[in-house]
Design a protein around this ligand. Structure first.
Ligand SMILES: [Zn+2]
Length: 393
């Protein structure tokens, strides 16, 4: 319940009566919010205006309590966030629940920050660019972490959505500067580090079967470039007797086939789990659960091997994929980016370039050679030009 009261000036003759209606001193409201006593100026000296403002505030508090959204009514931040998370989980239902973890975490942080303000900010439309700037300044991340960009993107996406859904007249986040993004981290493992990791699998208290399965996963990721979840759910029928392996079917229906070293393929064939159709997955366990189980083991292994896992926002298993990618680009004359893009299952070669362009060796050399080969086959017409650009007859 909201109580309106007067904050009398020092020399007001009615200062003993908090509810005196006719002295014209500033009016304030007082109410309980989540076990806190909130006192907020109503920014008026008129009881009539104060009543209206208090009524509106009460509606906001009720809306937060009930979570009801009436069409065309201002929406509470809480209700907007719930709707948003439902909306994106629907749009992403083809994908792992883990892709929702960051948006959810960011929304929790935003809600917490807004409700902690004095007075608490309950309505979506009450959020100002200034508040968001302060909120961002309160984020705590390691200096070199990629998280600020990721979290910035999550928050930005929410307000963009709210604006496009016409829950907001303008997007308060749009005014905030983007966090400068540095290059995505790519951290391939050296041969020596890979060896230490594989050795450490034996040293972290896993059962023999767990060890065998984990080692198999590491080898599979390292030599196929599959993501952890794609590897864990890989079907046995995708590994052919000649050790070639079918990685994906792309959107165009094209099948991507590569090969595994014989030892890796053999190791995988000997894996046992509760399902005849898969190498790792038993067909029952939740995908998030199996991924987390293996990720936990990998943390133990990295720690035991003395390899830093202090890389915010990056899955350890991704480093095997990175290793595959970088080795692919650097082996021999160097693999082609287009091929790597297909092997990694990227939908666009730009993603591949963004992550791995820096690791291409001999790329310039190869283009130069191709160009030179091509020139040999072309007629040298038009090259008889002197230094002034005039064609020599
Ligand atoms: Zn007064």
């Amino acid at each position: 319940m909201i109580v309106i009261y007067v904050r009398h000036s020092k020399d007001c003759s009615h200062k003993d009566d908090r509810y005196y209606r006719r002295c014209g001193c500033p009016l304030w409201a007082q109410y309980q919010f989540d076990c806190r006593q909130i006192q907020v100026s109503l920014k008026t000296r008129s009881w009539e205006k104060a009543d209206l403002k208090a009524k509106k505030l009460q509606e906001e508090l009720d809306a937060r309590e009930l979570g009801v959204v009436k069409p065309n009514d201002p929406i509470t931040l809480r209700a907007a966030i719930e709707t948003y998370l439902r909306h994106i989980s629907d749009a992403k239902k083809q994908r792992a629940a883990s892709t929702l973890r960051k948006p959810r975490r960011m929304m929790d942080l935003l809600l917490e920050y807004c409700e902690k303000q004095n007075p608490p900010i309950l309505m979506l439309q009450s959020i100002t660019p200034m508040l968001l700037e302060d909120w961002r300044a309160s984020w705590k991340f390691k200096a070199d972490s990629s998280s600020p960009q990721v979290h910035d993107a999550c928050a930005r996406a929410f307000f963009k959505w709210a604006y496009s859904m016409e829950l907001l007249q303008r997007d308060p986040y749009a005014k905030l500067e983007r966090y400068s993004s540095h290059d995505p981290q790519t951290l391939p493992l050296s041969v020596e580090a890979m060896k230490r990791i594989l050795d450490s699998v034996n040293e972290v208290g896993l059962t023999p079967t767990e060890r065998y399965n984990l080692r198999g996963l590491i080898l599979c990721q390292r030599w196929s470039g599959l993501s952890i979840i794609d590897a864990l759910t890989l079907g046995r029928n995708r590994l052919y007797p000649d050790n070639s392996i079918e990685l994906y079917r792309t959107k165009t229906g094209e099948v991507v086939i590569t090969a595994l070293p014989a030892e890796v393929a053999e190791h995988m064939r000997m894996l046992s789990n509760g399902h005849a159709g898969y190498f790792w997955w038993d067909g029952v366990e939740k995908l998030d659960t199996i991924r987390q189980r293996y990720s936990t083991w990998l943390r133990l292994v990295f720690d035991h091997a003395g390899i830093s896992r202090d890389i915010d926002g990056m899955a350890l298993s991704h480093r095997f994929r990175d290793t595959f990618a970088v080795e692919f680009l650097q082996a021999g004359e160097g693999g082609r980016m287009e091929d790597l893009s297909k092997l990694l299952g990227h939908s666009s070669i730009r993603t591949t370039e963004k992550h791995y362009a820096a690791w291409t060796v001999g790329r310039r050399d190869r283009l130069r050679r191709i160009a030179e080969e091509s020139f040999k086959l072309q007629q040298p017409i038009g090259l008889e030009v002197n230094s002034l650009g005039v064609k020599v007859q």
